[in-house]
Design a protein around this ligand. Sequence first.
Ligand code: KG4
Ligand code: ZN
Length: 335
Amino acid sequence: SNDQIIMGIETSCDETAVAIVRNGREILSNVVASQIESHKRFGGVVPEIASRHHVEEITIVLEEAMKQANVTFEDIDAIAVTEGPGLVGALLIGVNAAKAVAFAHNIPLVGVHHIAGHIYANRLIEELEFPLLSLVVSGGHTELVYMEEHGTFQVIGETRDDAAGEAYDKVARTLNLPYPGGPHIDRLAHEGEPTISLPRAWLEEDSYDFSFSGLKSAVINTLHNAEQRGEIIEPENLAASFQASVIDVLVTKTVKAAKEYKVKEVLLAGGVAANKGLRYALENRFSDMEGVKLIIPPLSLCTDNAAMIAAIGSIMYEKGKRSTLALNANPGLDI
Ligand code: KG4
Ligand code: ZN
């Protein structure tokens, strides 16, 4: 048939994921084996444990994805795999699985960028219109990415220290909440009020960069000082105040960039896109902005998955990108 069938493989962090996507937009299967339970007791992702789980899971997840999509290797036009950024040992499992399948079945191989994948999760919801701006907020990244056309990415702002998700996870740890802390802070924030004054790092007037480490330290100091004075701080109010600060900066800079770059669409991407407060604030700010459409993927496509990897793989394959069997994991890959 004339359909394009792409297999996506994602193992950059703690999810082993394989998906089959038709014509770049239609999910035939999207299988994710999460390792969160294994990392929880360590309060974060342990690279060695992640790699070991990926090795154990990858074949099972791959077979399950093909079974659910009802495809054989002969149906697959290309294999797209996350080559970076991420944990090197974790990335290697996906890259080597992709190379093995590509070699054994003579299928073209396309290495793709994890963040480009997060952005393309949006194309599984709606066809993209350019120029567009994407706010990428995950455990490892906080970036504003401008796109003039398919497959070209211009980072106009990025974090200078902690990623937004990283700040959530660290603040959660100080409040003795389980890993990953983002969803717990989100939930607590909705039960409290932003009564505690916390800093917002706006940086230079014309900068779209972010910084969250000062905010994280302010939260820790606030708790520490209250403890020394024998005062009690409601964790709900601290979570609400922290979340208000993060969202204020993210949304204000996104709105400013959307206007300056005169974009048609604003896309939300990455694990922190699951944040209810952030989704609500963006919907609020963009609902009355004429000519700008806001797209927010459902939660299952915001966190790490392989359908998004197949979605960007589809575009890169169409653009003629091919990786050789020398493809390697690249933990510091640029978008
Ligand atoms: O994109 P992702 O699944 O993995 C990376 O590539 O980093 O993002 C994971 C991050 C974690 O830091 C997690 O705490 C955060 O996304 N996260 C949230 C929420 N759900 C997940 N942060 C804030 N609010 C949430 N509801
Ligand atoms: Zn991710």
